[in-house]
Design a protein around this ligand. Structure first.
Ligand code: 4AD
Ligand code: MG
Length: 464
């Protein structure tokens, strides 16, 4: 065996010709004739394959036979300037070791294009496609950029619990967490399940949002953000909903709604610019394959001021639009994706921040406006996505918060600690939540949220 260190293909493709190299990866294609074989090899480090050229005088048919699409191999050889077009350098193979074969009869990822639906059924293998390689590399870059953005601004990354006893959004769409025997749970005298005997001595669920604990952090550390998985048991089978999705929730002491909007806008623009600056190979691939306007759309977002208007003004525009929407529009209605997209795509043709929603369609913690009808909410609406961010200034007044909780008939027992922050050193503060997969839908141009997370969780699917 030649002794040389393995290099990633992303590195090799940038090296100068004229040295012995080693590459390891999965065969995308093999073609050729009696005299020469060409293998396109990919190792996930880049969308680009490296070409392996095999002089058939050096390799027997027996050796070449197991090298088929999907097989994993280790190649040693000379890095040479490529004769062909399409790549600068290629490897003239000297030795090939096969780590693992992939039977052409049964390996599902043959060369032909596959539908996204089919690829979801083989989510264990789809990361090996160009499309998912690109999406997953961009996903990684966005996660990194999120931490960098906040770290550079002096925000602290706060880890909030995944198991909670409260319903942060007051929406009730929660997955229960229990160690009780659900076929025969202990019961109290009134026949109700006796959660005192459950693991935590009370009823618990997977968190729908880290916000409430995030507020505790902000009211001590100043500016924090969370970035973790959240869970919603809503039966929404749409291209924009997951039962398990990742959310980024910054929370800031002393920010009012205006500064909250400024941060949200700066944040998204930073992330989109980061993708354009750092993920261009993958974006070009997605642009060419799926969405010819992707890169232009990303560029336009970073150079446009988002439109800011109130919910009431938005409703007015929708009512005057003359459009027949599937869901009728009136003041007080919870906006549907079709309404949001009309404002963004048809009316303004740029991202929109809507503020001051009716209090009845928003969560209990939002700061109440003096009109008694609206709260200081803000939703950021994006082309092709609809709502990408939801946030608000928080109600910092103890009495108003308590009244709202009572009005909504929510129990205060599980929220006593949250309420205490308004009793001890309360402060104006604000925050928002960015759905990580919604951001990725925008940045990658993918049409379905199931295709921007490696292993999606949706109603009736939890395979892989
Ligand atoms: O608007 P939401 O429900 O707001 C909150 O959870 C607040 N606690 C955020 C905060 O103020 N700290 O959710 C925030 C964002 C939405 O705008 C959307 O991008 C995303 O989370 N989201 C989902 N993404 C995928 N699947 C779902 N089922 C989602 N539900 C919300
Ligand atoms: Mg929302």
């Amino acid at each position: 065996m030649t002794s040389v260190d393995r290099n990633k293909i992303a590195v090799l493709l940038k090296e100068e010709a004229g040295k012995t190299v080693m590459a390891k990866g999965w065969v995308r294609t093999k073609r050729g004739n009696k005299n020469v074989a060409f293998i396109a090899l990919n190792d996930g480090s880049t969308i680009n394959n490296i070409q392996i050229v095999c002089d058939m005088k050096k390799f027997s048919d027996e050796e070449m036979k197991p090298i088929t699409t999907g097989a994993c191999i280790c190649v040693t050889g000379q890095l040479v300037e490529s004769q062909g077009s399409g790549q600068r350098v290629e490897i003239q193979a000297e030795e090939i070791q096969v780590y693992g074969t992939a039977d052409p009869e049964t390996y599902p990822l043959q060369k032909k294009g596959h539908s996204m639906e089919f690829l979801r059924e083989i989510a264990h293998l789809r990361p090996r496609t160009n499309t998912f390689g690109a999406v997953l590399r961009i996903r990684h870059s966005m996660a990194y950029a999120i931490h960098k953005f906040f770290n550079d601004k002096g925000f602290y990354y706060l880890h909030t619990p995944l198991i909670t006893a409260s319903d942060a959004e007051g929406a009730g769409a929660m997955f229960q967490v229990t160690t009780l025997d659900i076929s025969n749970p202990p019961r109290k005298e009134d026949g109700k399940v006796d959660y005192a005997q459950d693991f935590f001595g009370r009823q618990t669920n997977l968190t729908v949002s880290g916000q409430l604990e995030g507020e505790l952090g902000a009211l001590a550390l100043g500016e924090i953000y969370t970035f973790g998985p959240t869970f919603r048991a809503e039966n929404s089978n749409t291209p924009r909903h997951l039962a398990e999705f990742w959310m980024i929730e910054p929370e800031m002491a002393f920010y009012e709604i205006k500064e909250n909007m400024d941060l949200a806008e700066e944040f998204i623009k930073y992330l989109v610019k980061y993708a354009l600056d750092n993920c261009m190979d993958d974006l070009k691939f997605l642009n060419d394959m799926f969405d010819k306007e992707l890169i232009a759309r990303l560029q336009s977002v970073i150079s446009t001021d988002f439109v800011r208007l109130t919910y009431t003004e938005g409703i007015d525009i929708l009512e005057k639009s003359g459009r027949k929407f599937e869901f009728p529009v009136y003041w007080g209605v919870d906006l549907q994706s079709e309404h949001e997209r009309y404002l963004v795509e048809q009316h303004f043709k740029k991202p929109v921040i809507l503020t001051d929603y009716p209090k009845d369609i928003k969560a209990f913690y939002m700061k109440q406006n003096d009109d008694g009808k609206t709260v200081r909410a803000m939703d950021v609406l994006f082309p092709k996505i609809g709502e990408i961010i939801g946030g608000s200034q928080r109600e910092e007044n103890l009495e108003k918060l308590q009244n709202r909780i009572a009005e909504l008939g929510m129990g205060t027992e599980s929220l006593w600690w949250y309420i205490e922050t308004r009793k001890f050193g309360t402060a104006p503060h604000s925050g928002f939540g960015l759905g990580f997969e919604r951001l990725l839908l925008f940045v990658t141009g993918m049409a379905n949220i199931r295709d921007v997370i490696p292993f999606p969780r949706t109603p009736k699917t939890a395979e892989f």
